[in-house]
Design a protein. Sequence first.
Length: 279
Amino acid sequence: MNYRALISSVLLLLLSSWDVIAEEPDSVQMEVERPVISIIIDDMGNRLQVGNKALELTGAITYAFLPHTPYAREMAEQAYAEGKEVMLHLPMDARSGKELGSGGLSLYMTRQQFQDTLASSLASVPHVVGLNNHMGSLLTRHPGAMDWLMQDVQQRGNLFFVDSRTTSLTVAEKLAREHQIPTASRDIFLDNVREPEYIREQFQQLIRRAKARGKAIGIGHPFPETIATLAEELAKLEGSGVKLVFTSEIIATKRRHIPWQASLSPSPKEEKPPFNLQH
């Protein structure tokens, strides 16, 4: 038997196998660690024309509809038909005392009123897969109210919750986790100021935060300035190294922190809620 030839063959086989083993983790790692962003367009349902313009945005955009608004059902159906993601944008008590509108949750409701209002609001918007708070700078800091909310959401078993973080004192995400509800928090408000350059810079901040942390959620509104600026920025997103995904995907997928990218990005600071939106 030619042992030298046999040994050479075995060595070649081992080396080729090592190449496959060595290459595969890198490719998988790159896929897992690719930074992702999600964009939620809030306050949908009140105005048809601007709402339709918002629905024209390309890619994996998530739309959050206010309950019982004139065009919520119609536009939610359209969004769903176009493969978009639909959320309920649930009004909650704000410190400003601003009127909630139909379907809002108040600190002064009874338990039964709270349950009935949430059920009615969810029923008013079809194809809902999750919800986030509209305003809520008062209610989301109240553990009792958030416990009620998360109990009711948990009973439905198929919804996620995004804390819009309209106050730094919020306990909403914490209570969602305690009730084992898939959850996350807003990272960036895109349009505190309705000026294209400001919105553009906020969008870039969203990308930087995703590169630092692996993922980031941005919230905007169906303002003409926001939609026009997002249309321009999303068209350039492919070359940024960041991928746009639905909010449910960000919540469902745990992304690892990427040290080398974080070292290139400034440390994100807690962003103040937009006062002009009266959260």
